[in-house]
Write a protein that binds this ligand. Sequence first.
Ligand code: GDP
Length: 297
Amino acid sequence: RKLKNGLSKTRKGITEKVDRIIGQYQKIDEDLYEEIEEVLITSDIGMDTTIEIIDTMREKAHQEKIKDPQELKRLLKEIILSILKDENQEKIIETPSIYLLIGVNGVGKTTTIGKLAAQFKSQGKSVLLAAGDTFRAAAAEQLSIWAERVGVDIIKHQQGSDPAAVIFDAIQAAKARKIDVLICDTAGRLHNKKNLMNELAKINRIIEKEYAQKNRCNLLVLDATTGQNAISQAKLFSEVADINGLVLTKLDGTSKGGVILAIKKQLGIPVSYVGVGEGIDDLQIFDATQFVEALFE
Ligand code: GDP
């Protein structure tokens, strides 16, 4: 239900428009394909992905000898699902685990950490937070508020201290307290790519010493409302860090949800979670089938 509500703007921008267009046609012709193509292009799915979708649609319609324009809706749904579906199973993160959240300021990192903490806690797991964004005083404060709300502890240092030292301390604390899930925040300054790269590399070196691959997860948080911008951020971050999954936030506030297709096509990084609101329960594990059902409902 939440996903359905969260996707209402995207649904209006894509599915309902395609619906209206298809309703105006008695038979399938090139004009129809062109009109559908236009809707997809203007909905942040991206040019390349749109062209691929339309080509596949045309091919399938031909193969299946489809005459009724209404059938194209089913084809569109099938094609979108096949793009979003992951062939290789989602990576399972074993406990004791460490999650490193990265992404530009304002995308919803802190909120996502709070929501994740609540989710793990409700599964009966013990959770610890690490305030790895030591650059902004407000970042640690915000995270502390979330820690309190969820009822978990937080490790933080003074503003301006070394983020890697915070993560190191948090790891020691997590081990000493036998914590199941450690969730770490990081700074999201993009203006200095070299600094960002060094900082993340240093943090990752510390993590890799203490946790095996199966216990680690680097999540990149992207703001869906930024559309194509989210894609350039994803490209940049995947150059500086090893990313295991994406969190696409603020889907509820945008008609640009189609960007998820462009991200999937262009980056090949699985979408792990989607944010559909500001509340503590508004983070969902991404499920392609559910997502597409909500989009086409
Ligand atoms: P950070 O700078 O990346 O840590 O971003 P914050 O976590 O502080 O979030 C920035 C703003 O986005 C806040 O007002 C959040 O409430 C809001 N936000 C985060 N995730 C979502 C979401 O999924 N949906 C909506 N509508 N707002 C969100």
